[in-house]
Design a protein. Structure first.
Length: 435
C-alpha cells in the first residue's frame, strides 16, 4: 500500500502546507467546524474510515477558502508533485503522485473559477442557484482524489529472528521515530484541527473589534448572524455602516428600517415583513420594478385597511387573482375628487382611487395649454394590464374611464409632447375624477 518511500515525506510536507494555508485563511465558521470535527475523528478511526472522513474535512475547508490561499498552495502542489515523480521514477512510474497533486490543483482552480463567476454573476441565472452546490462538489471530488493517493502506513521490524538466535536491532533516534509516526494522514488530520482552532480564535476576537471591523471580519467567517445585533446597536446614525449591515444580511429588516426604505433597497435589501413600513416598502419595490416581491410582502400581513387596498391594486395591475376585501386606497369615488395637478414637462401624474361598486363610466377631467399644437397625453388605467389611450387636449374635456370593476384603481396620465417657445408653453392640467 502506498506510493513509495521517496514520496512519503513530500506528501507529508504537502499535507502540512495545505493545512497551514487553510488555517491562515478566514474560512466560514461552520465549514471550519466540519473540517476540525473530521480531523479529530480521523485520528481515532480505523484505516478503512480514515480517508473518507479526511476527504470530507478537506472538501469542507476548500469549498469556502478565499482565492489567495490557492495562490499560496498552487505552486507547492506542482513542485511537490514534480519532485515526487522525479524521485520515484527509478522505482515507480509516479503516476499516483502526479494524479493526486494534479487532482487537487485542478479541483482548486475549478472551485476558485466557479466562485469568481458566481460573484461576478457571469453564469446563467438558471445555474446561479446551483453554483454553490457545484463548487462544493468540485471541492469534494478534488479532496477525495487527493486523499485516495496519500501514502499509507509503513511497517518496519525492529527485531529479526534467525533460527534460535535473536539479533537486536538498534532503535532509531526519537526524531526519526516521530517523523515516521507523522504520516500524511495524521498530518492532514492535525492540520484540519488547526483550521478549526484558527477560525475559533477569529470568532473569539470579534467581540473586541469596533462595529465596522467586527462586521467585516464576521463576513469573512460567514458569521454575520452572530454579530448582527451588536453591530446594529453601534450603528445608529451611521448610514454607511447600516448600508454595510444590509448588504451583509439582506434578509433582515432591522438595519434596513433604520437606514430608510429607498437606501436599503439600493443596498440590496430583500424585505421579509418590513413591520411599520410595509406600505412604503411595497410601493418602493414596485417603483424599482420588483412588483412581484411587493405583492409577496403584502401577503405576509393581515389583509385589512391600506394593506388590503394596495394589495388589491397590485393584484389588478399584475394580473393576479383579485381578492379585495374592502380596504380603501386613495379617495372613494364617487363623489368627485378634485386633483388640480399640473404637468409642465414630459412626465407622469398618477391618481389612485377606490370604487365601492362597479361603474360603467367614470369621468377624468383635463385641460391644457396649446402652443404649436395641442398637448398629447397617454391615459392608462391599471397599467400595464389595463387599457390605455392617446388623447389630444385642445380644450377642457372629459375623458370617459370605464367600465371599471369595484375596488382600488390607478390612472396614469403621461404627458408625451411638451414644448415651449416665445409666446407660449404647452402644459397639461388634471382637474378631477368623478361623474
Amino acid at each position: 500500500m502506498g506510493i513509495g518511500g521517496a514520496s512519503r515525506p513530500l506528501a507529508t510536507a504537502f499535507a502540512v502546507a495545505l493545512a497551514g494555508a487553510l488555517a491562515a485563511a478566514p474560512l466560514a465558521w461552520h465549514q471550519a467546524t466540519v473540517a476540525g470535527s473530521c480531523g479529530l475523528l480521523a485520528l481515532g478511526l480505523p484505516p478503512a474510515w480514515r480517508r473518507p472522513v479526511l476527504a470530507v474535512g478537506v472538501a469542507a475547508a476548500m469549498s469556502t477558502a478565499p482565492p489567495w490561499s490557492w495562490a499560496v498552495v498552487g505552486p507547492a502542489i506542482l513542485i511537490l508533485g514534480a519532485l515526487a515523480v522525479r524521485r520515484g521514477a527509478h522505482r515507480e512510474p509516479g503516476v499516483r503522485e502526479l494524479a493526486g497533486a494534479g487532482a487537487l490543483a485542478l479541483g482548486m482552480c475549478a472551485v476558485v473559477a466557479a466562485k469568481q463567476l458566481v460573484a461576478a454573476r457571469a453564469l446563467p441565472e438558471a445555474v446561479q442557484g446551483v453554483a454553490p452546490a457545484l463548487t462544493l462538489g468540485l471541492a469534494a471530488a478534488a479532496a477525495a482524489l487527493f486523499t485516495a493517493v496519500l501514502p499509507g502506513e509503513q511497517v518496519s521490524a525492529e527485531d529479526a529472528v534467525r533460527g534460535e538466535s535473536v539479533v537486536r536491532v538498534e532503535r532509531p533516534p526519537l526524531g526519526a521515530r516521530l517523523a515516521r509516526a507523522l504520516t500524511p494522514e495524521r498530518a492532514l488530520a492535525l492540520g484540519l484541527l488547526v483550521v478549526a482552532a484558527g477560525t475559533a480564535g477569529r470568532l473569539a476576537r470579534l467581540s473586541r473589534l469596533p462595529p465596522a471591523e467586527r462586521l467585516e471580519a464576521a463576513e469573512e467567517l460567514s458569521a454575520v448572524p452572530l454579530v448582527y445585533d451588536s453591530v446594529l446597536a453601534g450603528a445608529a446614525g451611521q448610514p454607511a455602516l447600516l448600508a454595510a449591515l444590509v448588504r451583509a444580511s439582506p434578509l433582515r429588516d432591522e438595519a434596513a428600517l433604520l437606514l430608510g426604505v429607498e437606501p436599503a433597497l439600493a443596498a440590496g435589501w430583500c424585505p421579509r415583513r418590513a413591520d411599520g413600513a410595509v406600505v412604503a416598502t411595497a410601493r418602493a419595490l414596485e417603483r424599482a420594478g420588483r412588483g412581484g416581491e411587493a405583492l409577496r410582502l403584502l401577503g405576509r400581513h393581515p389583509r385589512e385597511g391600506e394593506v388590503d387596498g394596495l394589495r388589491a391594486l397590485f393584484e389588478r395591475t399584475q394580473g393576479a387573482a383579485f381578492g379585495w376585501r374592502g380596504g380603501a386606497l386613495g379617495p372613494i369615488v364617487p363623489p368627485a375628487h378634485a386633483i388640480d395637478g399640473e404637468i409642465v414637462s414630459d412626465g407622469r401624474l398618477e391618481v389612485e382611487f377606490t370604487l365601492p361598486a362597479p361603474r360603467s363610466d367614470l369621468g377624468l377631467r383635463l385641460d391644457g395649454d396649446a402652443w404649436n399644437g395641442p398637448p398629447t397625453v397617454d391615459i392608462a388605467v391599471d397599467a400595464p394590464v389595463g387599457p390605455s389611450s392617446l388623447v389630444e387636449i385642445s380644450g377642457p374635456l372629459r375623458f370617459a374611464l370605464g367600465p371599471l370593476e369595484a375596488g382600488p384603481h390607478r390612472v396614469q396620465v403621461t404627458f408625451i409632447n411638451d414644448a415651449a417657445g416665445p409666446g407660449g408653453d404647452r402644459n397639461v392640467r388634471v382637474l378631477e375624477i368623478g361623474e
